[in-house]
Ligand binder design. Structure first.
Ligand SMILES: Cc1cc2nc3c(=O)[nH]c(=O)nc-3n(C[C@H](O)[C@H](O)[C@H](O)COP(=O)(O)O)c2cc1C
Ligand SMILES: Nc1ncnc2c1ncn2[C@@H]1O[C@H](COP(=O)(O)OP(=O)(O)O)[C@@H](O)[C@H]1O
Length: 309
């Protein structure tokens, strides 16, 4: 997949593409549908399927610095677009100047005159342009005059809720990872590198790999059943992951994300791992002794062994 920084850098070859527009944070079922439609159209019209997306996420510019934790890192978003078979992606630098472009100019100047789009695919609730004044009704009016195809994708419902990145973020922050999995069509995933901790885990006979991640959205503190993938190891493992501050040891530590990998024994410091969050088992607790904590973790492991992964 080719990645372009802004519409001005899109080469001639990609003019006349079928373009899906959106943020695609998390690539949930609704996003997947948009890409399917763009790809189908591209095949029919014998042209490229292109994604038009923004960087950073517009809310991070428009919310006056209040940062929205994103589901994907940029690398994960690119990988996902590639996995879904898109031929190109435009990452439009989003700043205060870009936000001032009117809805009409966005369609006429950028989509029609510059990108010479053949078809546009958006969700029913898509808004765009200065103060988000543009909507699908306006898009329809402008595109019809210019003979550009428009596909409006209806919201996808999951357990009677509209599938959306906002809901997914909320579920993850509340520890409801199974609900997030349903909308994402796969479990929420944290990726990163294993770093050193205090070395207490091995002493307690429960080594736990500490994750350093660039993912912004961290599930609510607690103990989770996870699926663990380790760099250069084709197997998938079950993990007992704790997210929190280890109150039993009361050292005002930083938030840690650590995983005891079941049926596994090897040094993996410095290795890349991925944790997929399958199920929350319990809240993090303060125990009166490390022996009590170990007893509980052994119970957690028995519970987690029953989880499908
Ligand atoms: C499955 C699991 C559950 C845990 N639950 C708790 C908990 O409820 N309370 C707590 O204080 N620490 C909990 N911990 C964190 C342990 O205190 C931690 O693994 C141990 O201190 C080793 O930390 P270290 O990496 O700093 O050496 C848990 C760890 C794991 C792997
Ligand atoms: N089953 C396992 N699960 C997690 N880590 C393991 C396992 N077996 C060995 N290890 C190794 O042990 C390290 C964790 O041991 P621990 O004493 O908790 O050290 P630290 O405090 O540095 O994380 C991991 O980073 C990994 O290299």
């Amino acid at each position: 997949m080719d990645v372009f920084k802004g519409y001005k850098n899109v080469p001639k070859e990609f003019m006349g593409s079928c373009v899906a527009i959106g943020n695609f944070d998390g690539m949930h079922l609704g996003h997947q549908e948009l890409l399917k439609v763009a790809k189908k159209n591209a095949k029919k019209l014998v042209t490229h399927s292109l994604v038009y997306t923004f960087e950073p996420h517009p809310s991070q510019v428009l919310s006056g610095g209040k940062k929205l934790p994103l589901i994907f890192t940029k690398e994960q978003k690119i990988q996902s677009l590639e996995n879904y078979g898109m031929s190109g992606a435009v990452f439009e630098p989003f700043n205060n100047d870009f936000a001032k472009i009117s809805a009409e100019d966005f369609v006429n100047e950028i989509l029609i005159n510059s990108l010479k789009v053949a078809a546009i695919v958006v969700g029913e609730n898509f808004t765009f342009g200065y103060k988000a004044k543009g909507n699908v009704k306006l898009l329809k009016q402008i595109l019809a005059k210019k003979g550009v195809l428009l596909n409006i994708v209806s919201p996808i419902l999951v357990s009677s809720s509209v599938c959306s990145s906002t809901f997914i973020r909320k579920f993850i922050l509340q520890g409801e990872v199974e609900k997030a999995s349903k909308m994402l069509s796969q479990p929420y995933l944290l990726a990163g590198v294993v770093v050193k901790g205090h070395g207490r885990g091995k002493k307690l006979n429960i080594p736990s790999a500490n994750l350093k991640t660039n993912n912004e959205l961290v599930p609510k503190n607690g103990v989770y059943a996870t699926r663990v993938e380790i760099e250069n190891d084709n197997k998938k493992y079950l993990g007992a992951t704790n997210i929190g501050f280890k109150p039993t040891f009361n050292n005002n530590e930083e938030l840690s994300i650590e995983t005891h990998i079941l049926d596994f024994a090897a040094n993996i410091y410095g290795k890349k791992i991925k944790l997929s969050f399958l199920k929350k088992i319990r809240d993090e607790k303060r125990f009166s002794s490390s022996a009590e904590l170990v007893k509980q973790i052994n119970k957690d492991i028995l519970t987690i062994k029953k989880v499908n992964y």
